[in-house]
Design a protein around this ligand. Structure first.
Ligand code: SF4
Length: 763
């Protein structure tokens, strides 16, 4: 999620400060860190053309916003293993045999082969996957080219992390709101656990709000560090978020704690909602969540009465079998308690009218309806696909001035599981060319065995990467990518907010590394469609995007922020961007798509006694972002090995002990990890860390640098019981598994010599 900024960004622009002095020979650049998804404003110190230090901003608004990943970035990106030249596969796919080629030769061959795939199988046979965070977004250019060529099959990790949440928020009130942390009186964290070195600005915002008296409610099975700081901690059963929110709504509606005026004037479906909520008396909710009914009621009362309150986006509710209902229930709580579009609550900001936004650049209007309906996943799981999002065209134009809003890049996506099935030859039609940028698909989505099969079945795979990830090892071409230190960035808050922030270019990229802009410009040329990216440089492109401000990119980048004045209750003028113009507690679009228009709760499938424990995955450790940073010694010193957490009682029952290597197994696969005993974990719950591989281990098929040993996506199922119905995204918060001692072999690599730092409770 983007860094929490003051609700009135004028505070940033007007902040009084003096820049810290630097030694002779050093210059500074104002940067936005893209080492994770939160985009802190930082300062780069440049000496002899290289960034030698990243430090926190001088601006008091941002001064505390930096973590160890940002600080270590210059060293991590200067690592000798960085890919500096285009590499072409010469042996079998995954053989690990490469030859260095020129960009021109690579692009020419890629263009010829991609055109052949399109001629043989249709444009939909080309799929692209990105992690927009790692690339600092591809500016919408990838979607633009795909839309013109005719492929709707673009996927991203945002399918199960924020992007899907944004798409589902639209069903209720047409946009994705962001919290006013500076003025809020109550914050609800649903499993989310921002820390000093992870989601740092959010951590700072929450601490700041608490210092000003805001209440903190945390729902989390673990006694996390946020739970320890909370006024109320609800240790709910893993994956029961939606049930918990039904309990809150039951209390809030029964005790008439909601905003009656707002409900009467600005919502539809309240009576139907009430009936659905009545199916969840507190005794039932207590059973489903494992929490004390009185505590559930108390938390609901605090949320409803001590506001304005915020429920920030959480990377938890968007990864469950009840994700659509869970996200909808969050939107309903916000709405009926009067927290939408008010100071201290959550604001629907819309686009910044001065900037050409990425949704506009993407040009979704040129993709025919026929191709849109071919988007993989549309048929069965349409929520964030074109089919689910097209009904917002008219309402979005009415309220926000344009038809397509690709919020957090999560609207109008194909579903990943259906895309990998098609790539593996198990879908409705073949996908035979796969590109990925700043993304490690084998480890980033559910069901690694399927993804590996899918990749082995491709005619053409192109990776744009900084390091030889397990996924890049299966590519035909690995093209060297630049980093956030080596290019400017117009950060539009991932399409979510109207505030726009700027990052200068601090140094030239090493070797032949190129930006996503240059990548897509090259691909457009290779497809004989140069007119689609007519700008010569990224700076020219930014000049085009900012022209309405009356300033050039060079002028604007010297400032820290460009914003539109915050406005509240904007719905009073144009209504909400839904078909009815109201907050749709009962969703007309979900109903038209053939789904239950009200939230509901699916209980866990029957237990398999061979897998008595529940695991959750998706957790990232402080030193890493997603599957990255494993090559940096300072980060590995903090996390030398993948660790699972159990409490003492569960470990004893499983017959495993602290520090021992174990396997975690389920019906899909198994991984190895070291066991750490944490008393902050509840009984029978296993924490599995996300995205593990070891760059020092053997590359290529059969090894994939340890991804086959440690990658958690080997345990993430995507069969019907473990998929959210409306979105088709996997349930990774509550997967049955077992933990057994690893007896067959020793750990696969020698861990670095390290001193273990003291860890926080149970992250
Ligand atoms: S939290 Fe750390 S890694 Fe993320 S943007 Fe901020 S400094 Fe960079």
């Amino acid at each position: 999620m983007p860094a929490a900024a003051p609700f009135n960004p004028e505070d940033i622009a007007n902040a009084k400060y003096t820049e810290r002095p630097v030694k002779e020979g050093i210059t500074t650049k104002k940067l936005i860190c893209a080492a994770c998804d939160i985009a802190c404003t930082v300062v780069g110190e440049v000496q002899k053309g290289r960034v030698t230090k990243v430090r926190s901003s001088d601006n008091p608004i941002f001064r505390d916003n930096i973590c160890m990943k940002g600080i270590i970035a210059p060293k991590g990106l200067a690592h000798p293993n960085r890919i500096l030249h285009p590499m072409k596969r010469v042996g079998e796919r995954g053989s690990g045999e490469w030859e260095q080629v020129s960009w021109e030769d690579a692009l020419s061959d890629i263009g010829t082969r991609l055109k052949k795939v399109i001629a043989d199988h249709g444009p939909e046979a080309w799929a692209v996957s990105t992690s927009q965070w790692n690339t600092s977004t591809d500016h919408g250019l990838g979607r633009r080219i795909m839309n013109h060529v005719g492929s709707p099959n673009w996927i991203s990790g945002v399918a199960l992390c924020a992007g899907n949440t944004a798409a589902v928020n639209r069903f209720t009130y047409g946009w994705f709101p962001f919290g006013d942390f500076g003025n809020t009186k109550c914050i609800v964290l649903m499993g989310h656990n921002p820390r000093r070195h992870s989601w740092t600005p959010l951590y700072n915002s929450i601490r700041g709000a608490q210092a000003k008296g805001a209440k903190l409610i945390v729902m989390d099975p673990r006694r996390s560090s946020s739970a320890e700081r909370a006024d109320i901690w609800l240790p709910l059963k893993v994956g029961s978020d939606a049930a918990m929110m039904f309990g809150w709504l039951k209390v809030i509606i029964d005790e008439e704690l909601y905003d009656k005026e707002f409900v009467k004037n600005w919502t539809i479906g309240f009576e139907d909602l009430k009936k659905r909520v009545d199916e969840f008396p507190l005794e039932r909710v207590a059973k489903l969540t494992g929490c004390d009914p009185e505590m559930i009621a108390e938390a609901a009362r605090v949320y409803a009465t001590s506001g304005p309150a915020v429920i920030p986006w959480t990377p938890i509710t968007d990864m469950q079998r009840n994700s659509t209902s869970g996200i909808r229930l969050q939107t309903i709580l916000r709405s009926i308690c009067g927290n939408v579009d008010v100071p201290g609550g959550e604001l629907l900001q819309g686009f910044n009218p001065d900037i050409i936004n990425e949704s506009e650049i993407e040009m979704h209007e040129v993709l025919s309806d026929e191709q849109k309906m071919k988007q993989l996943g549309s048929k069965d799981h349409p929520a964030f696909t074109y089919r689910g999002q097209l009904p917002f065209r008219e309402p979005t134009k009415r309220v926000y001035g344009q038809e397509y809003a690709n919020l957090v890049m999560g609207c109008h996506m194909a579903t990943p599981s259906e895309t990998f099935k098609a790539m593996a030859g198990e879908g409705d039609y073949p996908v035979k060319a796969f590109f990925f940028l700043g993304n490690n698909p084998l480890l980033s989505y559910a069901n690694m065995p399927l993804i590996e099969k899918a990749m082995m079945n491709q005619d053409l795979i192109v990776a744009h990467e900084q390091f030889m990830t397990p996924s890049a090892q299966l590519a035909d071409y690995v093209l060297p990518a630049d980093s956030w230190l080596e290019r400017p960035w117009l950060h539009d808050m991932f399409g979510w907010m109207s505030t726009v922030r700027f990052s200068e270019k601090a140094m030239d990229p090493p070797g032949e590394c190129r930006s996503t802009f240059e990548f897509w410009k090259g691909i457009a040329g290779a497809l004989d469609r140069s007119e689609l990216v007519p700008w010569d440089t990224l700076e020219d492109f930014y000049d085009y995007r900012v022209a309405r401000t009356g300033m050039t990119w060079d002028e604007l980048v010297k400032t820290e922020v460009h914003f539109k004045k915050p406005a509240f209750r904007t719905y009073e003028k144009n209504g909400f961007a839904t078909p009815s113009g109201k907050v749709e507690l009962k969703s007309s679009i979900l109903e038209d798509l053939g789904f239950d228009p009200l939230p509901y709760f699916r209980e866990d499938p029957p237990k398999d006694e061979n897998y008595p424990l529940m695991m959750f995955t998706g957790v990232r450790e402080d030193g890493f972002f997603q599957t990255g940073h494993r090559h940096i010694p300072e980060m590995r010193a903090r996390h030398p090995e993948p660790e699972i957490y159990l409490n003492e009682k569960t470990a004893k029952t499983a017959g495993v002990t602290e520090g021992e290597w174990v396997t975690v197994e389920n019906q899909l696969g198994k991984i190895k990890a070291k066991l750490a005993i944490k008393d902050a974990m509840p009984d029978d719950l296993v924490r599995v860390p996300h995205g593990w591989w070891k760059p020092e281990m053997q590359q290529g098929s059969g090894h994939l640098s340890g991804a086959l040993d440690y990658g958690d996506s080997q345990l993430c199922r995507d069969d019907a019981d473990f998929l959210d119905r409306e979105q088709g995204i996997p349930h990774i918060k509550g997967i049955p598994c077992r933990v057994v001692p690893l007896v067959a072999e020793a750990p696969a690599s020698k861990p670095a010599e390290v001193t273990r730092p003291v860890m926080e409770p149970a992250e």
